[in-house]
Design a protein around this ligand. Sequence first.
Ligand SMILES: [Zn+2]
Length: 260
Amino acid sequence: MTTGPAPRLARAARRAVLDAVGVLLPADCVGCGAVDRAVCEPCRTALLGPSPHVALRHGLRAWAALEYGGVVASSIGAFKDGARTDAAGPLSRALGAAIAAALHGLPPSSVEVCTIPSTAAAMRARGYAPVELLLARGGIRASKVLRLTRSRDDQAGLGAAARRANAEGALEARRPLDGRRFLLVDDVLTTGATLAEAARALGAAGAAVVAVAVLAETPLRRPEHSASSRETLRDNDIRGGYGGMTGVVDPPFQTRVTRR
Ligand SMILES: [Zn+2]
């Protein structure tokens, strides 16, 4: 491991500087590029406007705050892979709305939060874990119960079924989790292969997934088992597209994002 106190401090300092710059100077809006605040008022409305909705994938019922595309995709891409942590506020509130919807009717004290672990390469490149950062803004801390078992083959060009097969066994629990109940949280839901793998790994360790919440979902135009990553890529081929660095497999593509 190359991480230690010094790089961690350097990353924290970089984050603090980026946040401070966002406060002091006009910035390009992460959603539309207008010279304004980190998130201009119309884009803020787009991120906070809709009510969470349900998306079904691999038998999982996920509550999604937003549909992936347009201003939503630009904002998430800039936040995740453009170092625009100054845009965390509205994204965190949107994710919080999805979490509240997912947990509705459940006794919250009995449910822990589980996220998908980032690869070491993604952590090094970003200096922060995007989903954990959004959760922290809302006062939520995830339990670090899952880890990656091995590096994944590049998923680009694989259909949904192949991606699912490729995802199997990618995650494992760090310890037995008998009887524990989890809310799974991720940023972008595409085919759902990553969340399905997380649910499998939690189940294999004796835990149950009682709810799923995501920041945004990519509506699939075809039934899930015929969706191709090529189609998903085309759907998302827009400014500031998703970087694909956190996930195990989902989404399956790498997009170049201009760093500021
Ligand atoms: Zn804007």
